[in-house]
Design a protein around this ligand. Structure first.
Ligand code: PYC
Length: 310
């Protein structure tokens, strides 16, 4: 299996160029379901230690249905096959440029959540125009053991998010263990209270926001992903969900740019245009860097061939 590893603001993406499972034909959402159902041991083995690490997201390149797209891509982490992934889209664009498959300019990628547009501005910098994102529930309060009552919004940005602003804990790099425990407890409380996405999907990502700057345009976040790892980047689909909540609250005008910082200090520039269905069309600009070109080997004699579960 031939892969290229990149990171987007510190968050790793492993792009599978060849040797991945054959998912057959049909819509990407259907092929993503086949990946989730029929190849779980393989996609986990691609990401888990000792080959990878738990925060890594995989990007399986597949033929697109839409002929205007340069590729189809299905993202997954060690816990779930994802609808979309913003940092991963930036990583795939930079990887395809590195591999000589695309040039600087505009391209379309097909994902299970829909078609996204990437503007590759240079070898590292990408603007992603995401699928329409929307806030679906405002001011949802849950009782979280050890923390108390926590209130946040539910929003969709290609994945489902619970967004809590302000965070009940300091959003700081020296507080990551406590932030991880707290957000896992919040996710469990949401499931216990049957708070779900509009389509019944589990809310599997939780975001906490630290205070914004005086102008309200620059804040730091902590993002819990389904695999219980935190996003080292500011999270592209989470930033899309954030834009949808800010727009729904009348706190951010279309076209106005804000900066979202991750808990480790990497940044995205964000803005949106109004969407056709009442949501927002997010624009996310970030940078990725290629780290390795590798051939993964799955030796039948290797006792840890399927990886080490976290
Ligand atoms: O950037 O959308 C994102 C993302 C989702 C999970 C990890 N990163």
């Amino acid at each position: 299996m031939q892969v290229i590893d990149s990171h987007t603001g510190g968050e790793p993406t492993r792009t599978i160029l060849s040797g991945g499972p054959d998912l057959g034909a049909g819509p990407l959402a259907l092929r993503a379901q086949r990946l989730a159902r029929d190849h779980r041991a393989l996609w986990r083995a691609i990401l888990l230690e000792p080959r990878g690490q738990v925060a890594m997201v995989g990007a399986l390149l597949v033929p697109p249905v839409d002929p205007t797209c340069v590729t189809g891509v299905i993202f997954f982490d060690v816990a779930a096959v994802l609808g979309m992934c913003g940092h991963g889209t930036i990583g795939v664009a930079v990887t395809l440029f590195h591999a000589g498959r695309i040039g600087v300019g505009q391209h379309r990628f097909e994902t299970p959540a829909g078609v996204v547009t990437v503007d590759l501005l240079d070898a590292h910098t990408v603007t992603v125009t995401n699928i329409e994102s929307r806030r679906t529930q405002a001011d949802v309060t849950v009782d979280v053991p050890g923390i108390g009552r926590v209130t946040g919004d539910v929003a969709y940005g290609g994945n489902w998010f619970f967004l809590v602003d302000p965070s009940p804990l300091p959003v700081a790099p020296d507080n990551i263990t406590a932030l991880t425990r707290a957000t896992i407890a919040m996710r469990m409380a949401l499931a216990d209270a049957c708070v779900a996405g509009n389509d019944g999907s589990a809310i599997d990502h939780v975001i906490l926001y630290g205070p914004a700057d005086a102008a309200g345009f620059h804040s730091r976040n902590f993002v819990l992903c389904p695999d219980d790892a935190y996003d080292r980047s500011p999270c592209g689909t989470g930033s899309s969900a954030r834009l949808a909540t800010l727009a729904a609250r009348g706190l951010l005008a279309p076209g106005k740019e804000i900066v979202q910082e991750s808990v480790i200090g990497s940044t995205y520039r964000l803005s949106y245009a109004p969407g056709a269905a009442g949501g927002v069309i997010p624009r996310i600009t970030g940078q990725a860097h290629v780290m390795a070109e590798s051939r993964l080997i799955f030796d039948p004699a290797d006792p840890f061939r399927e990886g080490i579960a976290p």
